[in-house]
Design a protein around this ligand. Structure first.
Ligand SMILES: [Zn+2]
Length: 127
């Protein structure tokens, strides 16, 4: 029995890895993202696929248990429809590789950019 559940965490981790390890190289992030779908099917080398120009294999060190690989086309098609969409592939190229770890940090990052402390204290706290 094929389990997509097994792949949920690896897919999420590999998405983060695709963005972070690409370090701003959008095309590399896209290829790493697309590689996830092949990897879960047990295809770890892409040197025969001309659409991969920057990587030719998965690059992960540990191997997955072969019984977890997804062979059912219906499941792969569904993953393509829901996760590995052309829109997501396009978007992952522009995700910042300096990921914020929480909404709080995102708010702080905005505050630092648009409302720095010196501006706030000078403008609102008049002594
Ligand atoms: Zn792989």
């Amino acid at each position: 029995m094929e389990s997509v559940r097994f792949w949920v965490k690896p897919i999420i981790n590999r998405c983060y890895d695709a963005v972070i390890s690409a370090q701003g190289n959008g095309e590399l992030a896209q290829e790493k993202f697309r590689a996830i779908l092949l990897c879960i099917q047990g295809k770890h080398r892409f040197d025969q696929d001309p659409s991969f120009k920057l990587i030719n294999e998965c690059g992960h060190t540990s191997s997955y248990n072969p019984e977890y690989y997804i062979k059912t086309k219906r499941i792969i098609d569904r993953l393509e429809e829901q996760i590995f969409t052309s829109k997501n592939i396009e978007d992952i190229a522009s995700v910042s590789w300096i990921l914020q770890t929480s909404p709080c940090e995102s708010i702080n990052a905005l505050a630092w950019r648009y409302a720095p402390k010196d501006y706030f204290y000078v403008r609102y706290l008049v002594f």
